[in-house]
Design a protein around this ligand. Structure first.
Ligand code: FES
Length: 177
C-alpha cells in the first residue's frame, strides 16, 4: 500500500538520522577522551630547557699556539704561555656582549695602582658600551661591574684540555701540561 510505504521510508530515515547522530556523539566523546589522554601523557614529559654543558673539551694542547686563541662557540679565550694554560671568559660582565681581543705589538704599558709599570700584549674590549679589560680580565674602563672570570682547566684521559665553566679560579691558576 502506498501510505504504508511512505511511513516505512520515514521510519527508515528517522533511524538513519538517529544512527548518524549517535555516531557523531560517539565520535565527539572518543575525540574528547583522546585529547584528554594526549594532554595527560604530555604532562608526564616536563618542558625542560637544556643548558649547554659546563664541562667540555676544547682540543689537544698542541692545537693552541703560543698566545691567545678565541673559541667563538664557547665565548672563551684560552691563553697559552709555553706549557701553561689559562682560560678567560669572553662574556662582558656588563650586559653580556662578547668582548674583542685587542693585541699590541709592541706591548702597551701602563702604571698599575701600585705604581709599577706593567706591559701587556693584549686586552679585551667590549664593542657594546666600551668596557675595557686588562690582560688578566680586570676592568679599567666602562660600565662593566666585574672582571672577566677565569675558569678551571684540566686534562682529560685522552689528553684534551677540558674547560669547567662551573668553577671560577683565581688569576694565579695555570694548567701545566
Ligand atoms: S655589554 Fe659590555 S660594556 Fe655593556
Amino acid at each position: 500500500m502506498p501510505g504504508s510505504n511512505i511511513e516505512e521510508k520515514e521510519t527508515q530515515t528517522q533511524i538513519t538520522r538517529r544512527r548518524f547522530l549517535s555516531y557523531l556523539g560517539g565520535g565527539f566523546i572518543l575525540g574528547g577522551l583522546f585529547l584528554q589522554g594526549f594532554a595527560a601523557l604530555k604532562s608526564l614529559f616536563p618542558k625542560v630547557l637544556y643548558e649547554p654543558p659546563t664541562k667540555f673539551k676544547v682540543g689537544m694542547p698542541s692545537d693552541f699556539p703560543e698566545g691567545v686563541r678565541f673559541l667563538p662557540e664557547h665565548r672563551l679565550f684560552i691563553i697559552r704561555n709555553n706549557d701553561r694554560f689559562h682560560c678567560i671568559s669572553a662574556i662582558c660582565t656588563h650586559l653580556g656582549c662578547t668582548v674583542n681581543l685587542a693585541q699590541y705589538s709592541p706591548p702597551k704599558t701602563y702604571d698599575s695602582s701600585s705604581g709599577k709599570v706593567v706591559s701587556e700584549t693584549f686586552e679585551f674590549h667590549c664593542p657594546c658600551h666600551g668596557s675595557k679589560y686588562r690582560e688578566n680580565g680586570n676592568i679599567y674602563a666602562g660600565p662593566a661591574p666585574l672582571p672577566l672570570p677565569w675558569y678551571k682547566l684540566y686534562v682529560a684521559p685522552d689528553g684534551q684540555i677540558v674547560v669547567d665553566t662551573n668553577t671560577a679560579v683565581n688569576h694565579d691558576f695555570r694548567l701545566k701540561v
